[in-house]
Design a protein around this ligand. Structure first.
Ligand code: AMP
Ligand code: MG
Length: 336
């Protein structure tokens, strides 16, 4: 087991040196913590998969800190990609484009396309600028909820990676929106902090991949390989409840026990008889996204066996929350 250093945001140089030596550094971003390696070093990138226990066929995102870096990563940078970059970078949007040959196959899992993002978190930008473009997935053990704090990363990855940069709690709280421009009509493969509505206001009509809201059918191939895996799951069972607040509370009070937790809206605590983890004001999906993964991890830390959660609407950032909780629950919703 290696010793995992906990670095402050001021220790960028030390972290950059680890990257240049082919090591792995977990870095804060505005979405979730990423587990980074030199994107042009195939064997360092392969170590990311080993550290996470991630299936080798699930590609990573290349993170840049200056738009000029994109020319070494993609073969084409079409007009729609330029528009998206101008409007949403730096920020929580990942764009899939035809891959340049300099990017090793480990990054793209053998695909002819590559995912690129320009994060807005200053610590991530500093690390990239002090080293090179970084390939990074979320810095959690494969399958568990993504980490939104340095403590979450340590819990999963201590002893498995070289260092973690502590940049506090992530702002958005769920992974980036992923859009492909590599095949026909632009298509959202994963919803995130940049909404479909925002994207359409810049490039016109976009499709939303079926796998965003539905389980893949047997034999179907995933446009985004990440979509086919069970995801975001705490150890506890996640039970999604679709109904008004009163029926949510009644269902939990009738069916919950001392091993249950409820992800509730502010103000519901006093009407619920089980452990409550507030996730924000009713209908505030930005807050739900920000708090979701840390709430799921807290339920596990408290030894809960069941977590009841509100089923969010599918508009705006609600779609990103829906996509995560529906996977965490194994696609089970109880209609109240
Ligand atoms: P993570 O942020 O940890 O979930 O990992 C990156 C996500 O981007 C995964 O869901 C991948 O499936 C997706 N992704 C990365 N590269 C590509 C690509 N070339 N084509 C489609 N999806 C991709
Ligand atoms: Mg992930």
């Amino acid at each position: 087991m290696m010793k995992t250093l906990l670095l402050s945001e001021e220790q960028t140089e030390q972290a950059a040196q680890i990257i240049k030596n082919g090591g792995l550094v977990a870095m804060p971003t505005e979405t979730v913590y990423g587990l980074a390696a030199d994107a042009f070093n195939g064997s360092a990138v392969a170590d990311i998969f080993r550290a996470k226990g991630r299936p080798m066929d699930n590609p990573l995102i290349v993170h840049i800190s200056d738009i000029s870096q994109i020319y070494g990563i993609v073969r084409e940078f079409p007009e729609k990609a330029r528009l998206l970059a101008e409007n949403f970078w730096p920020g929580p949007l990942t764009i899939i484009l035809p891959k340049a040959s300099a990017v090793p196959d480990e990054v793209s899992a053998g695909l002819d396309t590559v995912a690129v993002r320009f994060p807005s978190h200053p610590a991530a930008q500093r690390l990239i600028s002090a080293s090179c473009p970084l390939a990074a997935p979320s810095a959690n053990l494969s399958g568990s909820p993504s980490p939104t704090s340095a403590e979450h990363v340590m819990k999963d990855m201590n002893g498995r990676i070289d260092a973690v940069i502590d940049g506090g709690v992530c702002d958005v709280g769920v992974e980036s929106t992923v859009i492909t421009l590599a095949a026909g009509v632009p298509r959202i493969l994963r919803p995130g902090g940049i909404t479909a509505e925002q994207i359409e206001s810049v490039i016109g009509h976009v499709e939303i991949d079926r796998a965003v809201t539905e389980p893949l059918e047997k034999g179907q191939t995933a446009a985004s390989p990440g979509m086919k895996y069970k995801h975001y799951s705490p150890k506890a069972d996640v039970i999604l409840l679709d109904g008004d607040d009163e029926s949510f509370e009644k269902y939990i009070n009738d069916n919950g026990d001392d091993k249950s937790a409820a992800l509730c809206y502010n103000g519901q605590q006093e009407r619920l008889s089980c452990v409550c983890i507030p996730i924000g004001d009713k209908g505030d999906y930005t807050a739900y996204a920000h708090n979701l993964f840390s709430a799921l991890r807290r339920a596990d830390d408290m030894g809960c066996e069941r977590v009841f959660a509100h089923c969010p609407g599918k508009d705006g950032v609600g779609l990103a929350v829906y996509n995560r909780v529906i996977r965490a629950s194994g696609f089970k919703i109880i209609s109240l």
